[in-house]
Design a protein around this ligand. Structure first.
Ligand code: PGA
Length: 218
């Protein structure tokens, strides 16, 4: 059986006590599962999540949802790669919500990728089409068509697979994930595709039961 990468993107949801309850909700059964699970949580929750994950030896890697394009320095309000590297192995960069609401452009995304790589954090770089600019050396890409995000209208697995195939023709890209309205019902239709290595899950990752079901069905 192929191992899939299942990424939870909590976006701007969850408090510290919600996060702790969530982990309790998935911990026991998760240990027996074979998928690779990455939890991308809000910055403020990373420290307590790390403590709980290490303490309970849970097979979950932590990721961030953003990173400063700058190194440490006079950048009020920013969280930089050096700070994040104490907690996370992964960071989501290029999500369409950051492009739309925070006006992040290709240059800024390239700077963020450079900073992540400087601190050995693996970028999960989101693209909205097969032609979206991808900075050099990115190895994990998530294909997330905008119309599929949070809409309940996932892309077709066949189309996502075609795009994944095309993306992998670019040098360095080793893994392609699909994201956009992934549920426990449709996850397998994506992970069973030849060129899709996993999924990025937003809304359905907030409930531990739903997320566990996605992991089991993947
Ligand atoms: P969704 O979000 O699963 O809620 O559609 C996916 C994403 O934005 O990463």
């Amino acid at each position: 059986m192929k191992q899939s990468i299942i990424v939870a993107n909590w976006k701007s949801h969850m408090t510290e006590s919600d996060a702790s309850e969530w982990l309790k909700g998935i911990s026991e059964t998760l240990i027996k599962d074979l998928q690779k699970v990455i939890l991308c949580a809000p910055f403020l929750l990373l420290s307590s999540l790390q403590e709980q994950i290490v303490g309970e030896k849970l097979p979950i890697d932590l990721g961030a949802q953003n990173i400063s394009p700058f190194d440490e320095g006079p950048y009020t309000g920013e969280i930089n790669g050096k700070q994040l590297a104490e907690y996370v192995k992964y960071v989501i960069i290029g999500h369409s919500e950051r492009r739309n609401h925070f006006h992040e452009d290709d240059t800024m995304m390239r700077e963020k990728v450079t900073m992540a790589q400087k601190y050995q954090i693996m970028p999960i770089f989101c693209v909205q089409t097969a032609d979206t600019f991808i900075p050099k050396d990115v190895e994990i890409v998530a294909f997330e068509p905008i119309a599929a995000i949070g809409s309940g209208k996932a892309d077709s697995p066949e189309n996502a697979n075609e795009i994944a195939k095309k993306l992998k023709e670019q040098t360095n890209i080793k893994k392609v994930l699909y994201g956009g309205s992934v549920t426990s019902e449709n996850v397998k239709s994506f992970t069973s595709m030849d060129h899709i290595d996993g999924v990025l899950v937003g809304g359905a990752s907030l409930s531990p039961q739903d997320f566990l079901q996605i992991i089991h069905n993947a």
